[in-house]
Design a protein around this ligand. Structure first.
Ligand code: TXA
Ligand code: MG
Length: 314
């Protein structure tokens, strides 16, 4: 156990966090999607520490976070499609899987020939990466299989004593992880997320859907993930004792009383945690969420939260 520092998102806090990261330590930091558990992506030992702290059962590929196009171009090959996507949507909640130039640890790429890159929009994330001067590997800052954190206190609830520090900069605005695109022969949707498929397709045309066999064995793609302890029923027309609502109507917690998907995404993970606490093991029901815009990412995370848990009898 180590004592986890809580740092402010000011110049002194960022300098201290950057020094810890350069020394190979783990620091959780805010992004516009969720809080990330950061390590120097060029340091094998530091990246290995991420898997240890999260208790991840396997080494899965991680996203490398950058603070400039210059840094990005030093890590991956950008073809014309990648340049156009970066120009339109970076910085922001979009991750691009591109041919790797071998600049990051093999633990980040899981030895794949490709690397996942994201240029976050959050000013604290950008300032931190720039201060470190190296890309940061950063999965969501939660123990493996648990709900992603959108606040510093969520990070501490799961990882206090296992990481050097967390930078506390309030709630994440987007609330679900980035959308991941593979720039293969076709542009392929690997994970729905904080940037809507509609916005991407308006720029590049229809996306290909990932074949299960072509995906790396990654936790964001495990069937049960983002899981609270209580059993969950989706698309519930009849609310149970602990009900997560969307739009008007009775609910224990409401993702967005006015039925706004952006607001619902921002509230999703905090609401799952709150519902889990209130349920104390009783079942949780969730109202239907439309499958458009950010609703796709919300439903994807909810389906994983509701899926049968590994190791639990059917
Ligand atoms: O919003 C986010 O993306 C957050 C914040 C912290 O930035 N980060 C995040 O990172 O979700 P992470 O490392 O948990 O995402 C890893 C996912 C894997 O589940 C996998 O699907 C995909 O990125 N991935 C990474 N490298 C890949 C590769 N080379 N090929 C295909 N997919 C890859
Ligand atoms: Mg995660």
């Amino acid at each position: 156990m180590e004592k986890t520092l809580i740092l402010r998102p000011d110049a002194a806090g960022i300098t201290e966090a950057a020094a810890l990261l350069r020394a190979g330590r783990l620091v959780a930091f805010p992004t516009e999607t969720v809080y990330g558990l950061g390590a120097d992506a060029t340091n094998d030992l530091a990246v290995a520490g991420i898997f240890a702290a999260k208790g991840r059962p396997r080494f899965n590929p991680l996203i490398a976070h950058v603070s400039s196009m210059e840094m990005a171009r030093g890590i991956a090959h950008f073809d014309a499609r990648a340049e156009a996507l970066a120009e339109a949507f970076w910085p922001g909640p979009l991750t691009l899987v591109l041919p790797s130039l071998g600049a990051v640890s093999d633990l980040v790429t899981a030895d794949l020939p490709t690397v996942a890159l994201r240029f976050p929009a959050h000013p604290t994330a950008r300032a931190l990466i720039a201060a470190v001067g190296r890309p940061l590997a950063a999965p969501s800052a939660n123990p493996s299989g648990k709900v992603s954190p959108t606040r510093a206190d969520h990070v501490l609830a799961g990882l206090s004593g296992r990481i050097a520090a967390v930078i506390d900069d309030g709630a994440s605005a987007v609330g679900v992880e980035s959308t991941i695109l593979g720039l293969f022969d076709q542009i392929t949707l690997l994970r729905p997320g904080g940037l809507s498929v509609e916005a991407i397709e308006a720029l590049v045309g229809p996306l290909a859907l990932a074949q299960a066999s072509s995906l790396p064995n990654a936790p964001g793609q495990l069937e049960s993930h983002y899981a609270p302890d209580a059993p969950i029923t989706l698309n519930a027309v009849t609310p149970g004792p602990v009900h997560i609502g969307f739009g008007p109507g009775p609910a224990t917690l409401n993702l967005s009383p006015r039925g706004d998907l952006t607001e619902a995404a921002a509230n999703l993970f905090h609401s799952l945690r709150e519902a889990d606490r209130l349920a104390a093991g009783r079942p949780i029901t969730v109202a239907p969420i439309p499958e458009t815009g950010l609703g796709r990412a919300i439903n994807d995370r909810l389906r994983r939260a509701a899926a049968p848990r590994p190791g639990t009898p059917e």
